[in-house]
Design a protein around this ligand. Structure first.
Ligand code: BEZ
Length: 233
């Protein structure tokens, strides 16, 4: 059974969190959103991940992205573990709250409905834990990206920010970002736009890479030429 698909309206669930009961769409407001699950509180990889997410919270705010984490543990555990994460981060601000809420999905209803469980990782009662899932939701409340990592592989939050930059850029203008793209690198003309139309859309023009097939599909927008000096990747 397919779970949530790109473009689906993300479920407007209600949940208990470390900042109180929330309704997800209301919490997001007009912002983008990221919901990321972790397998278990008081575990090593999860501590490094939530620590990294907390250190990057200003980067997410800059991009107008509201963050939220979820696991199957209790609010009491979330609050106790948050202090450990802040200590791991050497956070001396005196706060005992992470800069994002954590959902306590004790009944597993939400994790099951969002397809977050990892059948290979079980708790002491033999029940599956949540995998490392990432959902990015747009201001229209639709799913823009989903990633699913097993419990044994910690996520790369630089990659998550990079993806957000691409999602936000391509939501605003008709461009596509190539492999390993980062802000400042040339963007491409998506295949749905013919070369003539692309040239009209971007008066600075397009660069077409010659290919053995003779087909003109490797098109870069020249608009970004000065920024990236035609660094193609
Ligand atoms: C961890 O966060 O370290 C972890 C949690 C569950 C399985 C494996 C690793």
């Amino acid at each position: 059974m397919p779970g949530l698909l790109l473009g689906d309206v993300f479920p407007d669930f209600e949940a208990e969190t470390t900042i109180g009961r929330i309704k997800f769409h209301e919490y997001l407001g007009d912002s983008w959103g990221i919901l990321f699950s972790h397998p278990k509180d008081y575990t090593p990889v999860c501590t490094t991940e939530l620590g990294r997410a907390a250190r990057l919270s200003s980067e997410f705010s800059k991009r107008n992205v509201k963050m939220m984490a979820i696991s199957l543990d209790s609010l009491e555990d979330h609050h106790g573990w948050s202090k450990d994460i802040l200590a791991y981060n050497c956070d001396e601000s005196g706060t005992c709250m992470l800069p994002f809420p954590i959902i306590a999905d004790r009944k597993r209803e939400l994790a099951v409905s969002l397809g977050m469980l990892d059948p290979d990782e079980k708790d002491k009662d033999g029940l599956p834990l949540t995998a490392r899932c990432v959902f990015i939701i747009g201001p229209d409340k639709k799913l823009k990206l989903s990633l699913l990592y097993p419990a044994t592989t910690g996520r790369n939050f630089d990659e998550i920010l990079r993806v957000l930059d691409s999602l936000q850029l391509t939501a605003g203008i008709r461009v596509a970002t190539p492999a390993d793209w980062k802000p400042g690198v040339c963007v491409m003309v998506p295949p749905s736009i013919p070369e003539e139309e692309a040239a009209a859309l971007f008066p600075a023009g397009v660069y077409s890479k010659e290919l053995p097939s003779g087909k003109k599909y490797l098109l870069y927008y020249l608009k970004y030429q000065f920024k990236c000096q035609l660094r193609f990747i």
